[in-house]
Write a protein that binds this ligand. Structure first.
Ligand SMILES: Cc1cc2nc3c(=O)[nH]c(=O)nc-3n(C[C@H](O)[C@H](O)[C@H](O)COP(=O)(O)OP(=O)(O)OC[C@H]3O[C@@H](n4cnc5c(N)ncnc54)[C@H](O)[C@@H]3O)c2cc1C
Length: 255
């Protein structure tokens, strides 16, 4: 929705660029689509879907050419290795200097009667509310520069429901807490760090979209194919970029 995260002109420009992937809709039409009253215009993705990452991962590991080995990364790094461990960087690896920090966050699920509060599509404003099932709304997510008390996170996420449904009643069901790995320039770290060592880190709040492209980029690099990213994007995501910056200034996260 048009708001603090995306200005009207910005949404319009995204709609113009993406063509028929997206429709720019005024508040009345947005309300009809969502099934609840929205006060501002929005960019609507008619073919959008909610991806269940646990289900996606379960399906991926059933692939005949993927072998799942459970446990902590071993000492033997004789094979080509991709480090994709979020903020937990194995200390014994000789990595270039990285500028990453942890930003906790929380998602809460609430149940409601579909008769009282029926949401037909995900609404993204300052945060999002997802109709996970006809009776469950998932609301998130907090972005905690300091670690919040989980009950405060739940209150914050409940407020998002209030904005959509006024005083309808919602029963809290459960919460999920996690940690985002955020870089100093808010750009992920994708690429080669040493001979047989590759990094895929720092996706902040958007791994669901960017990590897949990063995986294809790293796989292309390992087998010597052309990557799906242009040279500018490869440069800005290069794991070595912080080393140059730290010649001029310290790591901003260790000040
Ligand atoms: C509340 C919240 C809401 C979010 N919402 C969204 C969203 O709507 N859309 C979106 O795109 N992103 C969202 N994100 C961000 C997204 O979850 C992260 O960007 C994503 O999980 C990062 O993926 P990753 O694989 O890099 O790291 P992680 O998901 O952190 O995975 C790293 C894995 O490595 C394992 N590991 C660590 N050390 C080792 C070791 N030594 N050996 C073996 N394994 C190890 C960990 O156990 C973990 O399983 C959200 C994050 C939070 C916290």
């Amino acid at each position: 929705m048009d708001g603090t995260n995306a200005a009207h002109a910005q949404l319009q420009s995204i709609a113009d660029t993406l063509g028929d992937w997206i429709q720019f809709v005024e508040a009345d039409q947005a309300s009809d689509i969502a099934g609840t009253s929205l006060s501002r215009s929005a960019a609507y993705f008619p073919k959008s879907a909610v991806v269940s990452i646990p289900d996606l991962c379960k399906n991926l590991i059933c692939h005949p050419r993927i072998e799942l080995i459970k446990g902590v990364l071993g000492h033997d790094l004789s094979l080509t290795t991709v480090i994709a461990t979020g903020t937990t960087i194995p200390q014994r690896l000789a990595l270039p200097p990285l500028e990453i920090t942890t930003v906790p966050g929380q998602i809460d699920c609430f149940s409601t009667s579909p008769k009282l509060a029926r949401l037909r599509t995900t609404v993204v404003d300052d945060g999002y509310v997802i109709p996970s099932s006809p009776s469950i709304l998932t609301s998130g997510s907090t972005y905690e520069h300091d670690r919040w008390d989980p009950s405060y996170g739940t209150r914050t996420n409940r407020t998002r429901l209030g904005k959509l449904f006024g005083h309808a009643l919602f029963r809290w069901v459960q919460r999920y807490r996690g940690w985002r790995c955020v870089t100093s320039d808010r750009i992920p770290i994708i690429g080669q760090a040493a001979d047989d060592l590759w990094l895929s880190l720092g996706y902040g709040s958007s791994a669901t979209t960017s990590a897949l492209l990063a995986a294809e980029t790293i796989a292309s690099g390992i087998v010597g194919e052309f990557p799906p990213l242009d040279t500018h994007t490869l440069d800005v995501t290069d794991p070595m970029r912080f080393a140059d910056r730290q010649k001029r200034r310290p790591n901003p996260f260790t000040k």
